[in-house]
Structures are given as structure tokens and as C-alpha cells.
Design a protein around this ligand. Structure first.
Ligand SMILES: Cc1ncc(COP(=O)(O)O)c(C=O)c1O
Length: 423
């Protein structure tokens, strides 16, 4: 942790301050944080373009104080939530039987799917014995390990093939008598590659397992790439055997954080999500929430609905096309710099690395220039993302990368600045 992230004051101020004083401090804090321009092409923040940003913020502000916990009883917010979920199920090939819940993000969606799968295993496969096992490629998101820990499940991460995609034969070998779940990513967070979902789903069918596709990044990206004519092997409910899908609205859905969805093939599977956690034995009657959390921002639902209606299918297709134009410029620019090459994948992520320069020094150069060092360690890739932006962030990033390449080659740029993040 950066030492400036430690508290300066540890007691609640005795007396309140004016808004002007508080605002001035907020501005100081903002100036200490990562510059939004430097974050514009980095995964973790997906803003869309300026118009989308405006719509998202205005809708969010209209519902700023609302609590999504009551959405199912509020005709306005409830209708918006139901539509957002219906749009999502439809985009994910869920047809007339698919159903979905709103959550606060990919991690919660994954937690909910793993919980439902565990309850399904308890109800339909008690003979497997606990702890139930999850088998998934090494590249799947860390949120699955968190879920496995909270839920008392056993995690087996399986090395990928040389192409960094799930090795389905190795996953088959990793299946044990207690295995209940297999997972694939569409695409993975680290390298933006799609796992062979159809093959993993066939494995699930063969062994009677629950199959989850993690579409947190791809849920609102891959459908529009397909509409642009990109050939992508099916990854969602179109694939027989896929039981649940996580898809984040706050990533390429360009909604406000926190907003994600967890979808189920049908209501029977969705019901396992509520097993044991739809509570009616307390003094306030039935308590049944969409995800793990209780109170949540209704504003995120309003923002999601507003952006989805503002863009429509053709708007998403257009914004996806523009984001790919930016990705293509970045790939060409990076590969024109001596020593760097980009991994080809089916998403907006641009994993790049060098075989000749020490990537730790490259990350050091990025941190020196105000970027956050997103990427992977093994193998070491840095991974900016194509976003629908104008020229400025693209030119700035490529200029910085040219300087970094030269500095690392000449030994004037080192990994020193990285110590702030990795000790
Ligand atoms: C593929 C994938 N799954 C899950 C997550 C977790 O999502 P969140 O950070 O919204 O909890 C991420 C986050 O980047 C992701 O890329």
C-alpha cells in the first residue's frame, strides 16, 4: 500500500467544516490519485464516450439516494431493473427460460453462482460429498477462490495450454469424485482470451457438473462484436450445459459501478441461489435479496437502464466498433516500437510484452509516468484496453511507451517506481 493511503486523522473531527473546506480537501485528495487521463485506457474503468458518461451520471444522480433493496416493490425502479435483467438474459442467449439477478459486481455475481451451484449439488448430488470441488483454468478470476473459501468449497486451478486458454483434457484429468462445478472465462481478465466454452460444457454434461461461464468482461462486448461480424464460438446459454453466466454492466455495458448480473438457465437453477438465504424466521418477514448484499444503489440500476436505452443495440455496436478502432491503433503503435509485441485475442484487452526488455522495468516506467501497473505476472504482460476515446489518451500512451522502451533499453528507466505497488 502507498504510505499516503494511510490515515492522517484517526478521530472524527470534533467540529464540522464548511462545504468549501471539505471540497478543498476533496480536490487535494483527487490531485493525489491517479490522473483520469492515465486511467482512460486501463482496464478497471470503462467509461464509454462523453455522451454515455453524461447519460450515466444524470440517471445516477436522479436516483442518487434510492435503495435498490426495495426495487422489486417499486413500480418505476422495479420496471427498470426487470428490463435491464431481461435485456441481459436476451443478449446472453437465455431465451424464454433464462432469468437473472442484479449484483454489485463480478465478484458478487460469481459468489452467487457458486453458492447456487453448491446448493444444487447438495440437493441433487449429495453422494459427491463435501467439500464440493470447482475445477477451472488457472486464468479464471480470483473472485472464484474467494467464493470457494467463503462457501467451504475446494478449488483446483488447472494450468492452461501453451495458448493460455483452458486445457480441457487437463481439466478432465483434474476432475475428482467431489467435483461439482467447472468454469470457463469469456474472456479471461488477464489476457482477454476466450476459453473453449463448448468443450468445457461438454465435459460438464459428460460428468453431470454445473458449468459457469464468466462473462464479466465479455457479456456486453462479445454480443456486439458478433453483430460486427466477428466469428466467436458460442460461450453463453446457447451452449447446452451452461448453467450460469456472470456479466458486468459496469464494464463494457458502460453502466455505473457497482452493477453486474448473474444469470441462470432457468428458474429451477435460480432457486438454488435463494436456498438458505431467503430468510423468514426473524421479526420482519421475508428477506430475499438479489445477491449477497442488502442495501444497494438503486442509482446503478437507473444508470444501467438509461445507458442501455440511450445506446440501444446499434449504439453498442457503434461504440464497440470505435473501441476496436482504438485497439487497432494501439496495437499498431505498440508493435512499431522496437521490442514490443501484442498477444492476439478476441476482446478489447491489449496484452503486450517484450522478450528482450525486462518487463518489471517497463512497468516501472509506466508507474513513473502516472499509470497503474495492470497486467499479469506469469507470463508478464501489461494490458491496456481499447476504449472509445479520442486521440489524446492514445497519443499520450504511445508517446509514453516509446519513451519507456528507449529508457529501459538504455538503462535509464528501472523498476524502482514499482515498489509503491509491489514492495
Ligand atoms: C473476468 C472477470 N471476472 C470477474 C471480475 C471481478 O469483477 P468485479 O471487480 O466487478 O468484482 C473481473 C474484474 O475485472 C473480471 O475481469
Amino acid at each position: 500500500m502507498d504510505s499516503s493511503a494511510l490515515p492522517e486523522n484517526t478521530e472524527l473531527p470534533k467540529f464540522g467544516q464548511s462545504w468549501e473546506q471539505v471540497q478543498a480537501r476533496l480536490c487535494e485528495f483527487q490531485a493525489m490519485d491517479l490522473d483520469p487521463q492515465h486511467m482512460r485506457l486501463l482496464t478497471g474503468i470503462h467509461k464509454g464516450d462523453e455522451e454515455v458518461e453524461k447519460v450515466r451520471k444524470q440517471a445516477f444522480n436522479m436516483y442518487f439516494d434510492s435503495n435498490g433493496i426495495t426495487a422489486d416493490w417499486e413500480p418505476g425502479l422495479g420496471r427498470m431493473q426487470a428490463e435491464v435483467l431481461a435485456f441481459t438474459v436476451s443478449l446472453l442467449g437465455g431465451g424464454t427460460t433464462g432469468c437473472a439477478n442484479i449484483t454489485s459486481g463480478g465478484s458478487e455475481s460469481i459468489f452467487c453462482a457458486m453458492h447456487a451451484a453448491r446448493e444444487w449439488a447438495r440437493a441433487t448430488k449429495p453422494q459427491l460429498g463435501e467439500p464440493y470441488g470447482i475445477v477451472m483454468p488457472r486464468t479464471a478470476h480470483a473472485a472464484f477462490d474467494k467464493a470457494a473459501h467463503y462457501l467451504g468449497m475446494e478449488m483446483t486451478r488447472v494450468p492452461t495450454g501453451a495458448d493460455y486458454r483452458a486445457d480441457v483434457a487437463a481439466m478432465r484429468d483434474a476432475i475428482r469424485p467431489n467435483t461439482a462445478i467447472v468454469v470457463g472465462s469469456a474472456p479471461s481478465w488477464g489476457l482477454g482470451l476466450l476459453d473453449p466454452i463448448q468443450e468445457i460444457a461438454a465435459l460438464a454434461r459428460e460428468h453431470g457438473l454445473w458449468m459457469h461461464t464468466d462473462c464479466c468482461v465479455g457479456g456486453f462486448l462479445l454480443p456486439f462484436m458478433e453483430r460486427l461480424g466477428v466469428k466467436i464460438a458460442p460461450y453463453d446459454f446457447r451452449v447446452e450445459g451452461v448453467c450460469s453466466v456472470s456479466a458486468d454492466i459496469h464494464k463494457h455495458g458502460y453502466g455505473a459501478k457497482p452493477c453486474s448480473t448473474v444469470s441462470f438457465r432457468d428458474e429451477e437453477l435460480q432457486q438454488y441461489h435463494f436456498t438458505g438465504v431467503a430468510i423468514d424466521n426473524w421479526q420482519s418477514g421475508m428477506y430475499k435479496t438479489h445477491g449477497l448484499v442488502g442495501s444497494r444503489p438503486g442509482a446503478a440500476v437507473a444508470a444501467a437502464w438509461a445507458v442501455m436505452n440511450y445506446l440501444g443495440e446499434d449504439g453498442y455496436v457503434d461504440i464497440t466498433r470505435r473501441a476496436f478502432d482504438v485497439k487497432n491503433r494501439l496495437v499498431a503503435g505498440l508493435e512499431s516500437i522496437e521490442d514490443f509485441w501484442c498477444l492476439k485475442n478476441e476482446s478489447l484487452l491489449i496484452p503486450f510484452r517484450s522478450e528482450t526488455l525486462d518487463m518489471l522495468n517497463v512497468f516501472g516506467g509506466l508507474v513513473e509516468r502516472g499509470y497503474f501497473p495492470w497486467g499479469t505476472f506469469d507470463p508478464m504482460f501489461c494490458h491496456p484496453s481499447g476504449e472509445p476515446v479520442g486521440d489524446l489518451p492514445v497519443d499520450m500512451f504511445l508517446d509514453d511507451m516509446r519513451e519507456i522502451g528507449k529508457g529501459v533499453r538504455e538503462g535509464t528507466i528501472t523498476a524502482a517506481a514499482l515498489a509503491k505497488y509491489i514492495g
